[in-house]
Ligand binder design. Structure first.
Ligand code: SF4
Ligand code: SF4
Length: 192
């Protein structure tokens, strides 16, 4: 990691992460428990505890352009392991949305995958992996990428042909609707 100039942190970034995640970053004492249990750490540029430290230091650019916020599987292991009850998974989720909003998710495929995933959840109440893959491949024209993984996943029943729609999918769709309305209000200056 590049050295960080202490005192040059972005206080507004820290405040926004704390408000949106409803977590107190000051409670983290860097024990490393969250990172130790993270199954996705091997793909990260910064571990979960390093990301929390970077947020404490107001390092907006480093956090929002990190690979880790996109590789997090939201399994919540980190949140359950934190002795200070910091919901680390929620913090990373907030950072992911912020990165998207503020233009840090520059890679087109990342944006396309995030959109396809959210569309699948909005329609079915949960992700339908095969439908998600089909939409992503159509939008990226990467028809043959990772195709070798499909037979094993099909055999293990990990890629059902039809979506398993949850009973409360209308409620899930309503969350998307209210989020969209909230964003429109924010853009119109209706909320602080
Ligand atoms: S929620 Fe993300 S950061 Fe936390 S343990 Fe799971 S994969 Fe790792
Ligand atoms: S487990 Fe909690 S206190 Fe420990 S480093 Fe992670 S966020 Fe900080």
């Amino acid at each position: 990691m590049e050295p960080i100039q202490l005192g040059n942190g972005d206080a507004e970034f820290i405040r926004k992460v704390e408000v949106e995640s409803r977590q107190d970053m000051k409670k983290c004492y860097q024990c490393g428990n969250c990172a130790a249990g993270c199954p996705m750490s091997f793909t990260y540029d910064y571990t979960a505890s390093q990301l929390i430290r970077l947020i404490q230091l107001g390092q907006r650019q480093r956090v929002l352009s990190s690979r880790a916020v996109w590789m997090c599987a939201t399994c919540e292991t980190c949140s359950t392991r934190c002795p200070n009850e910091i919901d680390v998974a929620r913090v990373l989720d907030v950072c992911r949305h912020m990165a998207r909003r503020e233009g840090y998710a520059g890679e087109r495929n990342v944006r396309l995958f995030a959109d396809a995933f959210l569309q699948s959840v909005r329609m079915n109440g949960r992700a339908h992996e095969l439908g998600l893959m089909a939409v992503f491949k159509l939008r990226t024209l990467k028809f043959f990428a990772d195709l070798s993984l499909a037979p094993a996943m099909l055999l293990k029943g990990k890629l059902p042909f039809l979506p398993h729609r949850i009973k409360a999918r209308n409620e899930v769709a309503d969350i998307f609707r209210r989020f969209k309305e909230g964003r429109a209000e924010d853009a119109a200056g209706g909320k602080p």
